[in-house]
Design a protein around this ligand. Structure first.
Ligand code: AMP
Length: 632
């Protein structure tokens, strides 16, 4: 083990040599000719000339050493299923799914959209796509038809893979009606839909479009579908995420860089060893699920647990019972989930044998100190490792790399800049780099972004450049849109977003998306949505709306009815994840004299903080009305 400071310095100062070494962790059909081509900034091309395949690295390459070891452990406390697939089984299932896709004409470069619950077939689907060189786009199952439609339209998939239903708390949640409605709304129509029928919700297949997965699979029990070797720069997937505008961004990822980045993260960050077990409680609809339910652990030769269900059903010990049963070595979850568990009987933490567990990684939102302390004490001092990253980056930017050099965690901090990331804090006004300790700035990364990060925004290079990149004196930097400070030891503390993105229970949502949905209610004239601090979910969305005809919500009963209608609308269009905690009605919204909505002031008032300088505000009465509502 060497020094982390040296390791990090080498990754920046001797970049190509550093990443050439990491690239040895990956199987290549053709070795890369050039490690990083940054001749056209901010577009970085990694491992140019190399050819590889993500599915080969996640599955096929392990057949030599560990064909009969567990690869995918599917556990559903919703349908009481538990099934372990060895690498050999997974290899067979992925080929069956790939053969079905091939039958439907899917070839390299085609897009395939996956709208599925957390079932093993979703993993087969992702791996089958990358096996063929098709570009998958997984849409979180909690999104409703409108959100899904915008993603279908943007990704223009040839085929969609879906299921009849998900399940929550033991009740089926139909997916198919939302999918049919989304395809109806979308200008792009997929040629085919592969339906996995779990028999949780009856549905009528659409003739000549929908195909039944079980029927097609039965035709391909022994079909061999070789991996399609693709250029390292070939796109492996897109994943949509929210930004400041209503239109979601398709984060586009490459193949070679992503494979190398994940392969390297297993020993250096997670200390995961081949033959071990990784349990990530996220969802495949999010980036954490892509990287650490599916690809990372499998590339690292580990078994991965895919869990469908709630963390507290049948009781709050379910996850720990899985750690005991499957001898989990590395666990990865989100602070919100730990806050949910915190409300359960603490004895559940000591009921199971957790001796296999090395560390619990947490990401997605700020990890508050009381939660970190509670879980650290509950797990008897096991390492609790906060890590900070984004859909765009694909793997952590900040954390503790115990696999390189053991280092202590500091409560409230996700740690230091990880190797490969040339992190700079910059002053948002002057663009000057802030090098002193404890100065607040925007967390940026000097280009080129390391392997595994986004290549661009799907179909919109200009938006990629304009959204994220800024020239500060002598440097081109990528903005994370997060405020941060760095202490004298190099540990960062994240202080919140610089834009209108909020984080509800680790789910990233654009307030504009929610505003657009609410504004589609016939009686809403104008609306502001802000993120407000919440003890359980980190943040919740709060909406303040001006009605076209306020008399229709004149009585408390009518106002409540309107609020219910609006929440239902958001549920139907975007999904329950985006539903505001409250919708309040006001006569006008606080704005500057030039008409800019003062979201920060609204947020401050909702959190009982000082709204700051309001000299540019048009009518102070507007903010007072909100204050009265939230304190009343
Ligand atoms: P997403 O792209 O959905 O993963 O959301 C990324 C955003 O979540 C970041 O820009 C941060 O605002 C927030 N975030 C993620 N991880 C952390 C963390 N460990 N601590 C604080 N904020 C985080």
């Amino acid at each position: 083990m060497g020094s982390f400071a040296d390791f990090h310095a080498r990754s920046i100062n001797d970049r190509d040599a550093f990443w050439a070494e990491q690239a040895k962790l990956v199987d290549w059909k053709v070795q890369p000719q050039q490690i990083c081509d940054y001749s056209n900034p901010p577009f970085a091309k990694w491992f140019v000339g190399g050819q590889t395949n993500l599915c080969h690295n996640a599955v096929d390459r392990h057949l030599v050493d560990r064909a009969d070891q567990p690869a995918l452990i599917f556990v559903s406390t919703e349908t009481d299923q538990e099934k372990t697939y060895t690498f050999r089984d997974l290899h067979a299932e992925v080929q069956r799914m790939a053969a079905i896709l091939q039958d439907l004409g899917v070839v390299k470069g085609d897009r395939v959209l996956i709208y599925m619950p957390m079932i093993a077939e979703a993993a087969f689907a992702m791996l089958a796509c990358v096996r063929l060189g098709a570009i998958h786009s997984v849409v979180f199952g909690g999104f409703a038809s409108h959100s899904l439609a915008t993603r279908i339209e943007d990704a223009s998939p040839k085929v969609i893979i879906s299921a009849d239903a998900g399940s929550r708390g033991g009740k089926g949640v139909p997916y198919k009606p939302l999918l049919d409605e989304a395809i109806n709304l979308s200008a792009h129509k997929p040629a085919n839909v592969i339906m996995v029928d779990r028999k949780l919700a009856a549905f009528t297949p659409v003739a000549s479009r929908d195909v039944d997965y079980a029927t097609e699979r039965a035709k391909h029990m022994d079909t061999v579908v070789p991996c399609e070797w693709v250029d390292a720069t070939h796109s492996s997937y897109t994943l949509y995420t929210s930004g400041t505008t209503g239109k979601p961004k398709g984060v586009q990822r490459d193949t070679g860089g992503y494979t190398v980045a994940l392969a390297a993260s297993m020993p250096h960050i997670f200390q995961g060893k081949p033959g071990g077990t990784f349990f990530c409680t996220s969802d495949i609809g999010w980036v954490v699920g892509h990287s650490y339910i599916i690809y990372g652990p499998l590339i690292g030769g580990m078994a991965t647990i895919m869990y469908e269900g709630l963390p507290i059903r049948p009781d709050g010990g379910i996850w720990w019972s899985l750690v005991e049963k499957y001898k989990v070595n590395v666990m990865f979850s989100a602070p919100t989930a730990i806050r949910v568990l915190k409300k359960q009987d603490p004895a559940l933490l000591t009921k199971y044998d957790l001796s296999s567990l090395q560390a619990l990684f947490l990401a997605g939102e700020p990890l508050d100190e009381p939660t970190a302390k509670w879980i650290s004490e509950g797990l008897n001092g096991k390492a609790i490792i906060d890590n900070y990253w984004q859909t765009e980056t694909g793997w952590p930017i900040l954390s503790i790399c115990n696999g390189v050099e053991k280092a202590p965690s500091k409560f409230g901090s996700p740690g230091k800049a990880i190797y490969g990331y040339n992190v700079k804090l910059v002053d948002d006004q002057t663009g000057e780099e802030l090098t002193g300790a404890n100065q607040k700035g925007v967390l940026t990364i000097e280009g080129p972004l390391p392997p595994g990060n986004l290549q661009t925004i799907w179909g919109d290079d200009e938006r990629f450049v304009k959204t994220y990149w800024k020239t500060v004196p002598n440097k081109l930097v990528y903005s994370t849109f997060d405020w941060a400070v760095r202490d004298e030891d190099g540990y960062f503390f994240i202080l919140g977003r610089t834009d209108d993105v909020i984080n509800v229970a680790g789910h990233r949502l654009g307030t504009r998306e929610i505003e657009e949905s609410i504004a589609s209610h016939p009686n809403v004239a104008e609306v502001a949505v802000v993120g407000v601090a919440d003890a359980l979910k980190g943040q919740v969305a709060m909406a303040f709306a001006v009605l076209k005809d306020p008399s229709k919500a004149g009585t408390p009963a009518d106002a409540l009815k309107h609020e219910g209608e609006i929440m239902k609308l958001v549920d139907e269009q975007l999904g329950a994840v985006a539903r505001p905690a409250r919708v309040r009605f006001v006569a006008l919204l606080p704005k500057t004299r030039s008409g800019k909505l003062l979201r920060r002031a609204i947020q401050a008032v909702c959190e009982a903080r000082d709204p700051g300088d309001l000299t540019t505000m048009d009518d102070p009465g507007a903010l007072q009305q909100i204050k009265d509502l939230v304190t009343g």
